[in-house]
Design a protein around this ligand. Structure first.
Ligand code: SF4
Length: 283
């Protein structure tokens, strides 16, 4: 018996594979095929809204490239030519591969051989006709973009017409410490963001939450708008994905977190639009 895949069922092991998992995504509006490099639930950040169970500090474990290839070929064939949609009772409206997303239980660019993994996924999806119709997305906190291997991976991603969703939740040191436990300054993160945008189409993904009933503090709002004003002048970076908590966090701060209201999100989105950005809001 298989489960029904819905926008709230995000179990990474629903298909019984190690690296590949299906998600019906609210943000993309169809089937998103996720690739999880961080099978050890390790990340170099600890965001207080993180939904990774048993999150630990660390990097992705060594990749079994042969297994990744076997799983991806098997799964794409199952979706394209097999009974996947029927088996998982996917609603007709969602029966389309919107994207293949490198997005896992931790920071994917920490994988040794990150560039090789990007090429492998890109080559298989191109060979099977999934790219360039569907998008190739990397969801990252962007903290390792200064590394040569990551930059090679982003160049590859660009060759497949891919895009980077670069996490940028706060433009204050206090906010980054509170929300992301980032350990990387705002300035360095901004430099990585610029680098990413030079190498590949890049969108900012900004998660805003209500922490301890504080709403969206004015200082955070102003700092982020000022940062966006700066990058608006210098980088090809015109899109922001603004979202709030969709599911409960697995972090100890969970009890202090609430999603922000649609009203606040939309108001903030409008302020960002006034700077010339395209903003998608997900709440
Ligand atoms: S960067 Fe992503 S995986 Fe890492 S702690 Fe934050 S939300 Fe979790």
């Amino acid at each position: 018996m298989t489960s029904k895949l819905t926008t709230t069922n995000h179990s990474r092991d629903i298909a019984g594979l190690k690296y590949v998992y299906p998600v019906i995504s609210r943000r993309s509006g169809g089937l998103s095929i996720g690739i999880n490099f961080n099978t050890n639930n390790a990340c170099n950040w600890r965001c207080i809204y993180c939904q990774v169970p048993n999150l630990t500090v660390g990097v992705a474990p060594p990749m079994d490239f042969e297994l990744l290839e076997r799983e991806l070929r098997f799964f794409l064939d199952y979706v394209l030519n097999g009974s996947f949609y029927h088996d998982f009772q996917v609603d007709k409206i969602n029966r389309v591969i919107k994207d293949i997303a490198i997005s896992g239980n931790g920071e994917p660019t920490s994988l040794k051989g990150f560039d090789r993994a990007v090429s492998l996924i890109g080559d298989i999806a191109t060979e099977l006709g999934v790219f360039p119709v569907s998008r190739f997305v990397l969801i990252t906190n962007g903290s390792l973009v200064h590394r040569a291997e990551v930059q090679r991976g982003l160049k590859k991603l660009n060759e497949y017409g891919g895009e980077v969703w670069f996490k940028f939740d706060s433009a204050t040191e206090e906010g980054r410490q509170l929300i992301n436990h980032a350990g990387q300054s705002c300035q360095l993160s901004l430099q990585n963001l610029m680098l990413s945008a030079e190498l590949c189409h890049t969108k900012l993904q900004t998660c805003v939450v209500d922490y301890d009933s504080g709403g969206l503090p004015l200082s955070e709002r102003v700092a982020l708008l000022n940062m966006l004003k700066k990058i608006n002048k210098s980088v090809r970076l015109k899109e922001v994905l603004l979202y709030t908590l969709a599911r409960p966090s697995f972090q100890p701060e969970s009890v202090k977190l609430e999603k922000l209201s649609a009203e606040i999100l939309n108001e903030f989105a409008d302020q960002i639009r006034q700077l010339g950005f395209t903003v998608s809001v997900s709440n």
